[in-house]
Design a protein around this ligand. Structure first.
Ligand SMILES: Cc1cc2nc3c(=O)[nH]c(=O)nc-3n(C[C@H](O)[C@H](O)[C@H](O)COP(=O)(O)OP(=O)(O)OC[C@H]3O[C@@H](n4cnc5c(N)ncnc54)[C@H](O)[C@@H]3O)c2cc1C
Length: 417
């Protein structure tokens, strides 16, 4: 098992311990077998179980112990690839349809989070997407115009307006409504608990070892068990090798996060909006319900997280500087810091759906900064597929699509098959 993160993670340290689920022993049957108990696998398990579909989820370690515990919990419909760029790549109608699907997925996630009996530290937030440099203003304006033209709730802010409510000044920004923030670890824990109450069977410390097709189904073998299912879903996060097949051409990087100690006041952080920027890789920021600041970014094209505190400290010191530059009056102190593997696709779209080469085998790989939103999209697509409902997004995110951009030469690229 490759490590997916290094450092002191905020969410597991600040949460009650997760329920423990038994490992799988012996033979069992279900309609859907999910591999991976992170955000993606758990959302899918929750949605399917609530729809009365018999589902088993296996996780080689503990639920939410993978990249989900390193996730910073921003829930935004705007993507790493802007709508206007995506329109250039796949055409405006499809790009708009994809963005609308992201918006619907965000709304669904917000409703689910608010409906859970336990507080998962979910808050509805607006997002400020600012131009990192004056050169980025023109493409940002094009983005605003396209969002606005297609009915997305977006506002254009100029430098004076930004500076009137924030302690920093940027040339321009788009403000979007309807996003959110969450504690991803607590959210997954509660979804798993609710899913189990609705019939989801979860097995931790259970690793998928092999998969075979059988007449009308799939046999999944684990260390001490065997699952006979109609479908298998690979929700294996940034371990694409575990999904097999030849569709996934992942770009695996590493990213950094810092969390400060709680501050006495966050009054200068206008309505605690989610902040991010046009630069790539981008800096992004949020606050927490107990008054901390979180900053993430500084991605670099290396798969393996750093392995020493010293190395980690070099990067997180830069993030602390980024934070101080934006909010100079705050006396911020570092409390948590980590580095984690982060995956992207060459065309910046997730791989969600059935493998064209392997009937009954599905990918749920929501690579990109909107992994949580893609998890919800993956759950809806799978549910529609099972129920025989046509979903217009399916072809856009299909694992069998031809990537419109060639995979750049990169030593960290992983090609399956
Ligand atoms: C630093 C960082 C910040 C992020 N911030 C955000 C954010 O703010 N908003 C957002 O939307 N997204 C964010 N993401 C992306 C998001 O974390 C991920 O997309 C999402 O959490 C991944 O969930 P997952 O379930 O796909 O993967 P994981 O949480 O990694 O879960 C996959 C699971 O599969 C298991 N597994 C793998 N192989 C096997 C096998 N053979 N048998 C059994 N189990 C197996 C692994 O043990 C793992 O637990 C962030 C990612 C990183 C790294």
């Amino acid at each position: 098992m490759r490590p997916l993160h290094f450092g002191s993670l905020f969410w597991p340290a600040n949460n009650p311990s997760m329920p423990i689920y038994p490992s799988l022993n012996g033979r069992t049957d279900c309609q859907v077998a999910i591999v991976g108990g992170g955000m993606t696998g758990t959302i899918i398990g929750y949605v399917l179980a609530r729809s009365g579909i018999s589902t088993i989820l296996i996780e080689q370690d503990r639920v939410a112990s993978g990249s989900t515990s390193a996730n910073t919990g921003l829930i935004q419909y705007s993507n790493d690839i802007m709508l206007s760029e995506l329109a250039g790549q796949i055409g405006e109608p499809d790009a708009v349809m994809f963005y609308r699907a992201c918006k619907n997925a965000v709304e669904k996630l917000c409703d689910v989070a608010e409906g859970l009996p336990q507080d998962v530290h979910f808050r509805r937030r607006s997002s400020l997407y600012y131009a990192s440099t004056p050169n980025d203003v023109a493409p940002l304006r094009r983005e605003y115009e396209m969002l606005h033209r297609h009915g997305f709730d977006a506002e254009w802010w100029d430098a004076d307006r930004i500076a009137s409510v924030f302690p920093f000044r940027r040339e321009a920004a788009i403000v979007t409504q309807g996003d959110g923030e969450i504690d991803p670890y607590r959210f997954v824990s509660e979804l798993a608990r609710d899913g189990v109450q609705h019939g989801l069977r979860i097995h931790e410390h259970t690793t998928l070892k092999s998969v075979e097709g059988e007449k009308g189904g799939i046999v999944c073998r684990t260390e001490r068990g065997e699952i006979h299912a109609e479908r298998i879903v690979y929700a294996v996060g940034y371990s694409p090798e575990s999904a097999g097949g030849r569709c996934v051409r992942a770009l695996l990087n590493r990213s950094y996060v810092i969390v400060t100690k709680p501050l006495p006041s966050l009054a200068e952080w206008h309505q605690r909006w989610l902040l991010w920027e046009t630069a790539r890789p981008y800096l992004y920021l949020r606050t927490t319900t107990d008054g901390r600041m979180i900053a993430g970014g500084r991605d670099e094209p290396v798969r393996q997280p750093v392995q020493t505190d010293r190395e980690l400290g070099n990067y997180t010191a830069q993030l602390m500087n980024d934070l101080r530059e934006l909010f100079p009056t705050y006396d911020v102190e570092l409390a948590y810091e980590w580095c984690a593997t982060f995956g992207e696709s060459a065309d910046q779209l997730p791989w969600l759906g059935e493998d064209p080469d392997r009937s009954g085998q599905y990918y749920a790989l929501g690579y990109g900064g909107n992994g949580t939103v893609y998890s919800q999209m993956a759950a809806q697509l799978l549910l529609d597929d099972i129920l025989g409902i046509d979903n217009s997004i399916a072809r856009i995110v299909s694992p069998g699509r031809t990537p419109s951009q060639q995979l750049p030469e990169r030593t960290t690229a992983v090609t399956n098959g």
